[in-house]
Design a protein around this ligand. Structure first.
Ligand code: AGP
Length: 604
């Protein structure tokens, strides 16, 4: 997930773009760059790896001609976080910045190399620069070149494009990744998020997908990417009272926090990837000495579900055996763990009494303890031998969403940390984790909200809702059930798919809805047979997953893109969170503060 800014106006553009980037720094921080028209009327590109402060040093107070300028702050997905891979990228007179992931970049790159293109970076973004440049040579017009250059491109993108032969003009376009337009007197902005230009204007317009915005100090026009047909520009004044500023354009904190999932991943990964994102480092664990002989996760609720995913991940890559215990049960039993085991408490609040009680038992029995929490300075950080912080930011909604995504990020990091670095599977998994914020953001940016609404209404019209899953899909199933019941107050339950025949299938009849996440491809055939058993008994099934490798299997009710590594866990979680959120919104419940619940359960 990166941050882009485009500016067209009469101010000195380098200062505007640099300041806008400082407000997007949360979106990435491994390199950055700007492009602007210099005094000779050429486009100057200045880039730097590392934090934004390195770019400011490299600019050394450079100034640009009034007109157009673009900027980028990067979270590397394709290509290491180096200056060569930093944006903006150039091909001939075309210079652009990009947020998103081009899924078919390999094929497009091969085609361009076959035509004699010489690449200077490993990025998918440079593919776009060459394609638009090729189209510009044919069309001679920037807007037409962008439209032509993007045909056949698959994946997500938010772009701001300049051309040395069209000073003062800027073209912006998006698909999947976010892009917001800002309008002020004689100047226009296109940015990944509103805070980038809020200093200069509060008149905003989310750019619709696959619509081109052509910006210049003289004005702005919009047209469809597909056929160039004009599209009306509709700006609105964002109302920013303090609470609304907190919620942004969302109705509830929970909804906002679902969409902050990608940022929670990035922030949780910060400082934990080394050697150009090829190695996981967890310095917080070094004081504990050698790796544990066993891991015991102790947690409650959603955090317990993150622990179940952590077991599957860690045991995939290392010989360490992992147990996952519900803290309120664990703390009243003798702790029969191996000598040298670590007891790891997972707790968003860091204050859950049962989890703290379980850790206290472990400490008394002489085990090393670790706290995974979202709240620095919370009790769990003081009562354990080491702390691993998830960095989801304050989570206001009682129903945990972005904190769960951050917890899964951390247990995924643990699996890679304990895994063998030289193993190809570990390396591939790490690359998938690094790409996951951009993939999750691109996915969230293109989620069909009407499909979510339809599923939510199906849930509310059902007498009972069962969630089932196997492998990674089992923790997702019980997390989906918890999300639904805690904010809609409707009965719902979750089971391992293999357990259906041992009793729960007796519940299945017409009017019963079954929701099946299918993010874990390893047991898909078994999950599909569960689904057929349910349908044979009159149940209705909603599946959430990528297309099945078996062409005879029906298409998923809610399709996911092909998963990379375990990132399907993030994508399916987002759908389950949006499903629960939408259903609860339709009931009129207080989504952020559901009845009987508290954000932090400090009582036993
Ligand atoms: C999350 O949606 C639930 N509200 C709840 O189960 C929560 O996960 C549980 O109370 C544990 O809280 P903690 O992570 O702060 O320890």
């Amino acid at each position: 997930m990166c941050g882009i800014i485009g500016y067209a106006g009469s101010r000195e553009p380098v200062g505007v773009v640099s300041e806008a980037l400082s407000r997007l720094e949360y979106r990435g921080y491994d390199s950055s760059g700007v492009a602007f028209f210099d005094k000779k009327g050429s486009i100057s590109v200045v880039r730097a790896s590392g934090k934004l402060s390195r770019l400011v040093e490299a600019l050394q107070g450079a100034t640009g001609l009034p007109g157009a300028a673009i900027g980028h702050i990067r979270w590397a997905t394709h290509g290491a976080p180096t200056e060569e891979n930093a944006h903006p990228h150039r091909s001939g007179p075309i210079v652009l910045v990009h947020n998103g992931i081009i899924e078919n970049e390999r094929a497009l790159r091969r085609e361009l190399i076959g035509e004699g293109c010489v690449f200077s970076s490993e990025t998918d973004t440079e593919v776009l620069a060459h394609r638009i440049h090729r189209a510009y040579r044919e069309e001679g017009d920037l807007q037409a070149a962008v439209r032509k250059g993007l045909s056949g491109v698959e994946g997500s993108y938010a772009l701001a494009v300049m051309c040395e032969e069209s000073p003062g003009q800027l073209v912006a376009v998006r698909k999947g990744a976010p892009l917001i337009l800002g309008e002020a007197e004689g100047e226009f902005f296109a940015a990944s998020d509103i805070p980038a230009f809020l200093k200069w204007t509060r008149r905003v317009m989310p750019l619709p997908p696959e619509v081109l915005a052509i910006l210049s100090p003289e004005g702005l026009s919009l047209c469809r990417l597909e056929d160039g047909q004009p599209v009306p520009a509709v700006f609105e004044e964002v109302p920013w009272d303090p609470v609304q500023a907190e919620k942004g354009h969302y109705r509830h904190f929970m909804e906002k926090e679902i969409f902050e999932g990608p940022r929670a991943i990035i922030d949780t990964l910060e400082g934990r990837l080394a050697e150009e994102n090829s190695r996981v480092i967890l310095p917080e664990l070094l004081r504990l000495g050698p790796n544990p002989t066993e891991i015991v996760f102790v947690a409650c609720g959603t955090s317990y579900h993150a622990g179940l995913l952590g077991r599957l991940m860690i045991e995939s890559f290392s010989p360490i055996s992992v147990r996952v215990e519900i803290a309120s049960e664990f703390r009243y039993r003798p702790l029969r763990a191996r000598k040298g085991a670590w007891v790891i408490g997972i707790s968003q609040s860091g204050e859950t009494a049962d989890t703290l009680g379980a850790l206290e038992l472990a400490r008394k029995e002489g085990y090393l303890t670790v706290g995974i929490t979202n709240v620095g300075g919370s009790s769990i950080t003081r009562e354990t031998d080491a702390t691993l912080l998830t960095r989801a930011g304050p989570e206001i909604g009682v129903a945990s969403t972005k904190a769960f995504i951050a917890q899964v990020t951390l247990v995924w990091l643990l699996a890679l940390y304990f895994g063998r670095r030289e193993s190809p599977e570990v390396r591939e998994s790490l690359a998938a984790l690094v790409r996951s914020p951009a993939r999750l953001e691109g996915f969230l940016g293109s989620v069909d909200s009407s499909a979510i609404e339809r599923m939510a209404r199906q849930v509310l019209d059902s007498r009972f809702v069962i969630f089932i899953g196997r492998g990674m899909d089992y923790p997702l199933a019980i997390e989906g059930a918890l999300k639904l019941k805690e904010i809609t107050y409707r009965p719902a339950d979750g089971y391992p798919g293999g357990e259906l025949k041992h009793g729960p299938i007796a519940l299945v009849e017409r009017g019963v809805l079954v929701v099946a996440p299918l993010a874990d491809s390893s047991l898909r055939p078994k999950e599909m047979s569960n689904i057929r058993e349910i349908e044979a008994r009159g149940g209705t099934v909603l599946t959430i997953g990528p297309a099945s490798p078996d062409p005879s299997d029906p298409s998923p009710s809610f399709p996911l893109p092909a998963c990379q590594g375990w990132d399907g866990v993030f994508l399916a979680s987002a759908v389950l969170q949006l499903l629960a959120y939408r259903a609860a919104s339709l009931t009129g419940n207080d989504v952020d503060q559901p009845r009987n619940l508290a954000k932090s359960v400090t009582v036993e």
